[in-house]
Design a protein around this ligand. Structure first.
Ligand code: AHR
Length: 821
């Protein structure tokens, strides 16, 4: 219906094309054109003219509309855009997204600035004839020429566009301010004195769930990361589809043979249809072997026990005995065990190997003792020592680093992994529970394979072990708008009808799986997996920074209504696009308000300066509308480091997030972690290899907040002896109180190159001499290795604190105990 309407309007408007001679004093000429019609890599540009002869590019060729169709980056193209103005004054822009012209994109705007989320359709069927409008070629004042459409418009239209372009430029320049220029920016600045007087009488309740974590299987965060499995590609399910054009990627990846052994792969009589491939090892003599090289080697510690399991069966031969050994690079065995394979079909075999030496890059070798053909699948080696000792568990050091953040919730499985690369790649939770051999691994949107063996069960268990709420995010029936499979982006949602109904049922079943008692169908599945008690799920996210298209909206509403009807106590979290402004943000919010969605998920990755200059971002948010989950954010400085600059700009912003935690209920920095050498996205909060974890400055900021949350925010009056706005913007403070302990927590951020004396007037919030724990982190903006350190002391009702240049300080005053006395 909507498409037909736009079609008719476009036809009506095609006669509006203006001629230069028609100009008046109140009108100007506007020219719309494509920046690059050959490769389609640019967007829609605008130029103006008073006389239709001398043309000026607005913003020197700024893209006012960019195509959002297709894969990231150069996959998004715009050919031959046609801008038309309808009778009601609405501007409609259509363009071809492919060179062959078979798919057309459409968007509309009232002011040429805020554009609606784009819709895509078959150009031949729906729109072909309507683009048959005259094009003009004009010459710009810089000597270049372009072909496009000339319009006659009110002067105001052009003036508004130019003014907004200039505002955008101004904001961009401010957001791009970097601390490396602080010396010049703050030349001559002396110590700043700030007086902070909290007003406990104005305190307000804030979300105690404010700080959580975002876990996505990006950067090998799951397999080869948090999931403690040491064998890579244990099920031989790596396939070409995971990683097109990656040499050697497939069932044999991370496996090698020794001696005269031959390794092949079969799918006849697999251990499970979802795990179709298995290995067949053909050996003619002892010493012939296959070995797994792990994730860049297998790291083992002398004296530690490793749990081996594998499915095996004899295909041919009488030997049956197979030795499985940890082997160093130079061929020494540092622990082994023997298993006997059955002749009569698959059997799961379990054994233990004790490492006799420490090695960073051992292999797991499988060495039959006699000639024959041996079949293997799900060859697994786990350290016995996992987080909380769980079987099929998590790497202890990484899990503990996450637990130390004291997250109030864990988002899972993404990110883009949640909605996937095309509808066939949408993450389906049901594929990730049940016996490991029955799980259905799949291609990971970040171009590797995900086993899903760190699946929903392991995830919920991890949350419970840390005392965090699970916050699963499920696709809204649409894949990632940047999908590259098929090249068609999200415009293909799950077909409405039977398939979409089944998908909606999957969402409902997840809630039953998590919360239903063991007499329910899915509650029983959870109980059988080892968790008879419900997990007490409260939140479900639907959608991940999707394009707010009609395709999305239709599907989101179906899911949302179904969840609300069956599980009114579940808080559904909607989505408002990948930026802090623009069409998905604006129209996403509008849609969420229409539907009365309780919380929406905002994402923004911005330069450090954005966080400094947008500290009031949530101040004007409607307190009666949907709450906010700031689900993904990070400060991205040039080169994408984690340093004091990224950490401090976020620390500063988080003081304001606490101030606004009556509207922002949840937040999570993203991404959480990355495997060195397999990183698709930086910066991350922590980096790891097989034996070590590096915590970053951004991690420490999150930990300092996560360990110091409050449930009441205490506003303060802040008086500075300096009246420069840019100086005062770089000082942040937040005072919260933890109701249970009565502790008063004061966070102080100094993002200036000079010291700040902070005079705290705490009044009756503390007694003189109240014991404190103080955690402080300081360093030059480019410092990537800064770490916080802790001291103890006391605090008085009136207390001066010296804040070092570029520092973040958290003071925890144990006020509860003192004041009770
Ligand atoms: O955090 C990395 C990616 O950023 C997420 O997968 C996606 O949601 C966002 O674009």
């Amino acid at each position: 219906m909507k498409k037909a309407l736009i079609c008719a309007m476009l036809m009506a408007s095609s006669a509006i094309g203006a001629r230069a001679s028609e100009s008046t004093n109140d009108s100007l000429y506007l020219f719309s054109y494509a920046s690059d019609n050959i490769n389609g890599n640019g967007g829609l540009r605008l130029a103006w003219s008073a006389d239709g002869k001398m043309w000026h590019k607005i913003g020197g060729g700024y893209d006012f509309v960019k195509s959002d169709y297709g894969a990231w980056g150069s996959g998004k193209r715009m050919f031959d855009p046609v801008l038309e103005r309808q009778k009601g004054g609405i501007w409609v822009c259509s363009w071809l997204v492919k060179k062959d012209g078979c798919v057309m994109a459409l968007t509309e705007s009232r002011d040429l600035l805020l554009w609606k989320p784009q819709d895509y359709m078959s150009a031949r069927v729906m729109m072909g004839p309507n683009r048959n409008v005259p094009r003009d070629t004009v010459a710009f004042n810089d000597g270049t020429r372009a072909t496009g459409r000339v319009h006659r418009v009110e002067k105001q239209v052009v003036e508004n566009v130019i003014a907004e372009y200039e505002r955008r430029q101004y904001r961009t320049a401010r957001n791009n301010e970097l601390m490396k220029d602080d010396k010049a920016r703050f030349a001559g600045l002396g110590k700043v004195t700030v007086t902070v007087t909290p007003r406990p009488q104005d305190q307000k309740a804030i979300s105690p769930d404010l700080f959580g974590v975002f876990f996505e299987d990006i950067n090998y965060a799951a397999d080869g990361g948090l999931y403690a499995e040491l064998v890579q590609n244990r099920g031989f399910e790596y396939s070409d589809a995971d990683h097109p054009r990656h040499e050697g990627w497939g069932p044999a990846y991370a496996w090698r043979t020794y001696g005269g052994a031959a390794l092949s792969f079969d799918t006849a009589n697999p251990i499970h249809a979802n795990n179709a491939h298995y290995a067949v090892l053909d050996v003619s003599k002892p010493g012939d072997a296959m070995a797994n090289t792990g994730f860049d080697g297998i790291a083992v510690k002398q004296g530690d026990t490793y749990l081996l399991s594998l499915f095996g069966r004899m295909v041919e031969g009488n030997g049956r005995r197979v030795r499985v050994a940890l082997r160093t690079k130079d061929g020494r065995e540092i622990g082994s065990v023997a298993v006997t394979l059955p002749r009569d079909g698959w059997r799961k075999l379990n054994a233990k190997i004790k490492a006799t030496e420490t090695a960073a890059d051992a292999e797991l070798a499988i060495m039959p003792e006699a000639a024959g053909r041996y079949a293997f699948d799900m060859v697994s080696l786990f350290p016995k020592d996992t987080y909380k000792g769980r079987r099929n568990g998590l790497r202890r050091d990484l899990a503990e680093a996450i637990a130390n953040l004291k997250p109030r919730f864990v988002r899972f499985p993404g990110g883009c992994v949640a909605h996937g690369n095309g509808i066939q790649n949408i993450y389906r939770w049901k594929n990730t529970v049940g016996p490991l051999e029955s799980r259905k691994g799949m291609a990971n949107i970040w171009r590797y394979h995900q086993s899903v063996d760190l699946g929903f069960y392991e995830y919920f268990q991890f949350c419970e072990d840390m005392g965090a709420e699970p916050l699963p995010v499920l696709a809204a029936g649409v894949p990632c708008q940047n999908s590259s499979w098929g090249g068609d982006g999200q415009q293909g949602g799950i077909p409405l009808g039977k398939e979409m109904d089944e998908y909606i049922q999957d969402v409902l079943d997840l809630i039953e799986w998590a919360n239903g008692d063991k007499t329910t169908k899915w509650g029983r599945v959870r109980a059988e997996a080892g968790h008879p008690k419900p997990f007490n799920l409260k939140y479900v996210g639907i959608g991940n920074e999707d394009l707010i298209s009609e395709v999305f909206k239709e599907r989101f509403k179906l899911i949302y209504d179904a969840v609300k009807a069956k599980y009114p106590d579940i808080t559904v979290i909607g989505t408002v696009g990948p930026f802090y402004e623009g069409s998905d943000y604006e129209y996403g919010w509008q849609f969420a308000k229409e539907l009365d969605v309780p919380i929406v998920d905002e994402h923004y990755y911005c330069p450090p300066g954005w966080f400094i200059h947008n500290r009031d971002f949530y101040d004007a948010y409607d307190r009666r509308g949907p709450k906010v989950y700031l689900g993904e954010y990070a400060a991205h400085a040039p080169g994408r480091p984690n340093n004091m600059e990224t950490a401090l700009s976020v620390a500063l912003y988080l003081t304001d997030l606490e101030r606004n935690a009556d509207v922002v209920s949840l937040s999570s920095f993203a991404p959480l972690m990355a495997r060195r050498g397999n990183t698709q996205w930086t910066p991350d909060m922590m980096y790891f290899d097989n034996t070590s974890v590096r915590l970053t400055t951004d991690y420490y900021v999150q930990r300092m907040y996560g360990q110091n949350v409050g449930d009441d925010y205490i506003p303060a009056t802040v008086a500075s002896d300096n009246d420069r706005e840019d100086v005062n913007l770089r000082f942040g403070q937040s005072v919260v109180r933890d109701k249970e302990t009565g502790d008063v927590i004061i966070k102080l951020v100094n993002a200036l190159p000079v010291g700040v004396e902070c005079r705290l007037n705490l009044g009756d919030m503390v007694a003189d001499g109240t014991p404190t724990e103080v955690e402080r982190m300081a360093g030059e903006p480019s410092d990537t290795r800064a770490k916080p350190s802790k001291t103890t002391g006391t605090i008085s009702k009136e207390q001066a604190i010296s804040l070092e240049p570029y520092s973040f300080t958290v003071i925890r005053a144990k006020a509860g105990s003192t004041l009770k006395k």
